[in-house]
Design a protein around this ligand. Structure first.
Ligand code: IPE
Ligand code: IPE
Ligand code: MG
Length: 252
């Protein structure tokens, strides 16, 4: 076991939910003189390693940004390559999910994915639904602004139909209409590739997440990089608006 892994295993309050913006596949490929699609293929290998590593240290939820609402605006050939890769990876990685007792889920406008992606996704979600060690959620055709508009529309409709009062629309009601309604908020958000932005990812849910940025490009992100981020998280003081002294007296 690596030294970092042993340290993570010994943590008292490890993050339960880690979200990752897996960025930098294209630059990684370019540096090697290869096509962007090669970077995405290696990105899948990185995801397999990181999902397995997260499960090994008992992370409960891992939620990864695989394709954003805005990524539809990329060149058609890249979008097509990503969709093809999604289908082949779902087929190939079912074994990884089984071996590690990982449940697969998806968030986003998945109905806008090509039909074969939707079918493959539905099949793997069904086949892994009883796995209970960790939930791996793929954000696909996901964008926070779409998610929040959808939630607002849904609540407005319930009011219009007389199913709820205007006063009942509060934070809890909003959260219950998000794709992530069944999950706790992320404790830690990691973004690779030296970019310091959120890119429309989980904007409601990360209100109080700890943020971790690394220059590593996603295909180069390794198990120890994940563990390093988790150890860094442990040194943060999550005050949730309170002051340090209050937290100390709550513990004692
Ligand atoms: C992230 O890598 C993967 C997806 C967005 C699908 P990028 O493809 O954004 O790689 P860079 O940022 O161009 O290097
Ligand atoms: C965010 O990465 C989306 C995914 C990682 C899937 P992008 O590479 O699309 O983000 P921007 O456009 O550079 O902000
Ligand atoms: Mg990018």
């Amino acid at each position: 076991m690596s030294d970092l892994k042993a340290q993570v295993k010994a943590l008292k309050n490890p993050p339960q939910h880690i979200a990752i913006i897996m960025d930098g596949n294209g630059r990684w490929a370019k540096k090697k003189g290869m096509l962007r699609a090669f970077g995405h293929e290696n990105g899948v290998d990185a995801l397999r390693r990181i999902a397995t590593a997260a499960a090994e240290v008992d992370v409960k939820f891992l939620t990864v940004y695989a394709f954003s609402s805005e990524n539809w605006n990329r060149p058609k050939t890249e979008v097509k390559a990503l969709m093809t890769l999604l289908v082949s990876s779902l087929k190939k990685e079912l074994k990884t999910l089984k071996d590690n007792n990982i449940r697969l889920q998806a968030i986003g406008e998945t109905a806008s994915l090509p039909k074969n992606c939707q079918n493959e996704l539905a099949e793997v979600i069904e086949l892994t639904k009883d796995h209970n060690h960790m939930t791996l959620t793929l954000a696909l055709s996901y964008g926070s602004r779409e998610e929040l508009s959808r939630a607002a529309r849904c609540l407005a409709q319930e009011v219009a139909e007389g199913k709820r009062s205007l006063e009942s629309i509060d934070e809890e009601a909003m959260a219950s209409k998000l794709y992530t309604a069944h999950m706790p908020d992320p404790d830690l958000l990691i973004r690779t590739s030296n970019e310091y932005r959120i890119s429309n990812y989980l904007m409601w849910q990360i209100a109080y997440s700890e943020l971790y940025f690394t220059p590593k490009l996603w295909p180069d992100f390794r198990e120890d990089d994940l563990y390093q981020a988790m150890l860094d998280y442990q040194n943060r003081e999550r005050r949730f608006g309170k002051i340090s002294e209050q937290l100390k007296s709550e513990i004692s």
